[in-house]
Design a protein around this ligand. Sequence first.
Ligand SMILES: *Cc1c(COP(=O)(O)O)cnc(C)c1O
Length: 383
Amino acid sequence: MRRTPDALRDGLAALDAAQLRRRASLPSPNAIDFSSNDYLGLARHPALAKAMAAAAASYGAGSGAAHLVTGHGPEHAALEAELADFVGRESALLFATGYMANLGVVGALVGRGDLVLSDALNHASLIDACTLSRAEMQRFPHLGHASAGHLLAEWRAGHPAASAAIITDAVFSMDGDLAPLPELAACARQHGAWLLADDAHGLGVLGAHGRGSCEHFNLDSEAVPVLVGTLGKAFGSFGAFVAGERDLIDWILQKARTYIYTTAPPQPVAAATRAALRLAESEGWRRTRLLTLIGDFRGRCATAGVPLSASTTPIQPLLLGDSGRALQVSEWLLERGLIVKAIRPPTVPAGSARLRIALSARHSDRDIAKLVELLAEALSLFP
Ligand SMILES: *Cc1c(COP(=O)(O)O)cnc(C)c1O
């Protein structure tokens, strides 16, 4: 399509007609938010705001330059060390966002003539990272580690000297299910490939200490050498990091263009994340409370006949299929004080529009009861 101004107007009208037009809306201050990724209830915690304000008073609002110029400060350095420690890896490198971390890290590890194997439901930033890397991209069916193994073995036979990487969300952002990391790790090791796990939604939530999907599966840096984490979800702050062995991280620092050619995030943001990390470690009740709420929510849904998929994480999708129906239910819930956003294609595959319900330690038992009651009513009103 030639994108003339008229064509853009027609394109927007077509999105409207298909119930696929996207709009940003301001949050309703009194509604209960079941769509944010603030799983531990830290985003509005006063300790983060306080740490941010103190760091702003010391260092100012802006970092002034890229990390490798003069933008790197003591809060960044301390946070990198603490993050590496938290996930049990030798070293960590901060990025401005998870999107940029994925673009930078994948591009540092594979290039033209190499292979990336990508789960069919990977996050958009991983898909774009694969495309931008110029490596050959092959998708394997969602969770299909056996398929990934076959594809990798076949490709490896013809490319003994090239780099390969298996790339996956550790917890899938729109489904809440877990990647088969142990099997993917075995497959990557057998065929000499990197394994990159993007643990945006597992970090702070999964594992006995909230160290994420690797702790959940008991996988070290040999099994999952490239671990990406984001800081804007369970940690309630902003930013991202990659963690792994020292040489790998130093290589990424040399090569990742989204690390090198961009202004370092403000130090107050890093200071807030450090405060969040301390709370995640010292207040284990947040994670156990969250797990209790997930169990409670699923139990109530089973009783009320609200059909859920098998997720054990705070991401609990309710599949509705049709985009118009998903919007109707979402709007109906908002009128009753609940924010449960509809997720539509192309974020999810065609015909699988859904409500993506995200639970948080800050929800009360009554919030959960109200949610399930209204979901059940909505399903009968909008069949
Ligand atoms: C949110 C998300 C990202 C992007 O992280 P940002 O810091 O928000 O850019 C990357 N990967 C996954 C799986 C995510 O869910």
